[in-house]
Design a protein around this ligand. Structure first.
Ligand code: ATP
Ligand code: MG
Length: 427
């Protein structure tokens, strides 16, 4: 029993330890991880961390194979002492008490005893293996038993088509109960329109859009997509029709083609090229020796932030979603990359329903309505012309962030803003 229990906890511990080792390897071997380690000169620390984890693993393995050894010692001793005792007792009986027992009887007894020991030994070993396997299974089932937080409604509807419109009706949201992130958020995005969401960092912009494809569920209030409550829509349908270019672009290790096909595996070569052209990345791809088959990621070409973003725009375009969401990266891109992204998204949002989380004035100006979010609340809404005069959060953001970004970039100077594609607005 005790041997079993020690083994149980040791097996668990060694599983956790091997998880840790895998974690360290994944972390430090990735491109960004490697870069971080180098930039902060922490090679020694990482080496030490890896060494320590391995040492722990070695110790655990030794302890694991040692656990229950004393038990085996007892077992083995009895199995060798047993026959000895039998011979001794038999001998005494034969010589002292002239018993009827013969040497043959004793030999047979010893032989039988040996036969008995074997199954007992095997049974005990089974217990040890059993415990080891159970400890592993328990850990595996722990993962299986975690409930999926977002589930398809049993009577989920799959509409034939959707217009991509979105409404938020008194939506409240928090990740942890004691810290509310979104408060009473309501807005309406008509089909074909474009809304820009602006606000300080951490105000809840990304959280807001993540509620639409149900990465999280609103705590209260309703969100509809194409006029239907997202909780009643089939999850696959919903996620198929909402395309997000997220703030942190992620590309898999593989070729550019693999990454694009991830959105739609049956896309033709022509469609791939078309999407890349629309995302303003085709020139870059075709300048590469291997074109679409260029490797990217850890073992391939290291792309710049802007290039990655444009590839992920192309990826979303292949999906051809009814609603396009663009969570603009906060990182400063140089004016040329910025302009290329700008040129890529402007025509896109004119033809489809879209939400832009914007940090740049040029992006904001392309929207039909601007929502200003601060502390999880929509504090202002309207057109750029109206908001900039209002003297609120937007004016402040404009003065500190947007106008500076524009002024720092001669190609984007104010005349461009004034001659913007929306002549209806006065600036
Ligand atoms: N998965 C999460 N679990 C817990 N808290 C989170 C999670 N994601 C975000 N938060 C918190 O929610 C708040 C809003 O985050 P969010 O990412 O929506 O901000 P944001 O407006 O997109 O900011 P930025 O402009 O910097 O991207 C932040 O304070 C953040 O700490
Ligand atoms: Mg964000």
């Amino acid at each position: 029993r005790t041997a079993g229990r020690t083994r149980w906890s040791l097996t668990r511990e060694s599983q956790e330890c091997s998880d840790e080792i895998n974690g360290i390897l994944n972390e430090t071997m990735s491109v960004s991880g490697q870069l971080l380690v180098k930039l902060f000169g922490r090679e020694d620390r990482e080496y030490e961390r890896y060494r320590a984890a391995n040492e722990k693993m070695i110790n655990l393995n030794i302890r694991e194979s040692m656990a229950g050894k004393w038990f085996m010692v007892i077992l083995n001793t009895t199995s060798s002492v047993g026959p000895m005792l039998l011979y001794l007792a038999g001998g005494i009986l034969m010589m002292r008490y002239n018993s009827d027992i013969t040497v043959g009887d004793i030999t047979v007894l010893v032989g039988l005893l040996g036969q008995m020991y074997r199954p007992v030994n095997q049974l005990l070993n089974i217990q040890v293996d059993w415990i080891r396997s159970m400890a592993m299974f328990t850990r595996i089932f722990e993962y299986y038993d975690m409930p999926a937080e977002i589930q398809n409604a049993p009577d989920a509807v799959i509409p034939e088509s959707t217009d991509g419109s979105v409404t938020f009706d008194h939506v409240e949201f928090y990740y942890e109960p004691d810290r509310q992130i979104l408060k009473d958020v309501s807005f309406r995005l008509k089909s074909g329109d474009c809304i820009a969401i602006v606000g300080p960092s951490g105000s809840g912009k990304s959280t807001m859009i993540n509620l639409i494809p149900r990465l999280y569920d609103a705590v209260s209030g309703t969100i509809t997509f194409g006029g239907i409550d997202v909780k009643k829509l089939d999850l696959h349908f919903l996620r198929d029709h909402v395309g997000i270019v997220s703030q942190e672009t992620y590309l898999f290790n593989g070729t550019i083609r693999d990454n694009l096909l991830y959105a739609r595996s049956d896309a033709t070569e022509q469609e791939l090229i078309e999407a890349c052209k629309k995302a303003n990345i085709y020139d870059f791809i075709s300048s590469q020796e291997k074109g679409l088959d260029t490797m990217v990621g850890n073992r391939g070409l290291k792309l710049s932030g802007g290039e990655k973003q444009r590839i992920s725009i192309a990826r979303v375009l292949l999906k051809d979603p009814a609603l396009l969401i663009f969570d603009e990266a906060t990182s400063a891109l140089d004016s040329i990359s910025e302009q290329k992204i700008q040129e890529a998204i402007e025509p896109l949002i004119q033809s489809r329903t879209s939400i832009l989380i914007a940090h740049r004035l040029s992006t904001i100006l392309a929207a039909d309505e601007i929502l200003v979010v601060s502390g999880g609340v929509i504090v202002e809404r309207g057109s750029h012309a109206k908001l900039v005069k209002a003297g609120g959060v937007y004016t402040e953001l404009y003065n500190t962030q947007f106008s500076k970004a524009t002024a720092a970039d001669p190609d984007h100077s104010d005349y461009r803003v004034e001659n913007h594609i929306y002549p209806g607005d006065e600036y």
